[in-house]
Design a protein around this ligand. Sequence first.
Ligand code: 13P
Ligand code: SF4
Length: 311
Amino acid sequence: MDKQFYIDEINRLKKEKTAVIMAHFYQTGDIQDIADVVGDSLALAQKAAETDADIIVLCGVHFMGETAKILSPDKKVLIPDMEAGCSLADSCPADEFEKFVKANPDHTVITYVNTTAAVKALTDIVVTSTNSKKIIDQLPADEKIIFGPDKNLGDYINSVTGRNMLLWDGACHVHEQFSVEKLIQLKKENPDAHIIAHPECKSVVLKMADFVGSTSNLLKYTSNPDVNKFIVVTESGIIHQMEKMNPDKIFIPVPPEIEGQTCHCNECVFMRKNTIEKLYLCLRDETPEILIDEEVRLKAVKPIVRMLEMS
Ligand code: 13P
Ligand code: SF4
């Protein structure tokens, strides 16, 4: 089938079924272009909580679909590929995290949204990279905090808030793998470019960055009228929106540190499992559907609602 067939059918089915398509910035350009909402993890959660649609098709990874279902249990939440997981969420199994929480009973438990519903059920407040500083700044200075699962984001928040949060040892395979050597070389070749990085990157990369932020904040930063060239240290899907918003500017992706690899394939394999064809099939057949045990959902919804209130 040609791409136009999928585009026409998705638009037809969307109206017929009163469905809303939400896409994360790391999706391919064609999926972002057909989506009703394109955003970061916080925006997708906020829109999922507000929508009147009967069906939410979440083009992102599994935890994003779960967050939408937790907030909108009466809606049918679909995801184009059930295998679209997240290495960061996988680095924090709920049974192990529960032991960590129990071993530190006097701590407030804050988790990044990149977790399973079962981990959220063990959490006091969920955060995203957009609101983490704002939320943590609202807690008393002497509050003891456990932060999981991303040690790089946790380290970064500790550095910008002056906290000493106890960190879970998890990481994202995409953001951990950016090559520092290639980043230095790109900066040498493009001294006028600003380095912009997601806080899931290692601290050595964040120290080199002119700006550190969530996907939506990186995107906003690119409209800075004084800068025309950016070295982008996050998943390359975001460059689609950056180029749309700034057609005259230059965006340079940073390659990962993989032996013998010369391509710029800094892509999240999980995010890229979704395709326009799978999006069409999932809307047509209304599967795969995200389902969550109600007992877990009732526990997991509290820290997400708390996040939305504190954002
Ligand atoms: P954002 O919340 O910045 O969109 O990040 C989501 C994510 O998975 C980053 O790897
Ligand atoms: Fe998870 Fe990393 Fe992919 Fe984001 S980029 S969804 S943190 S694996």
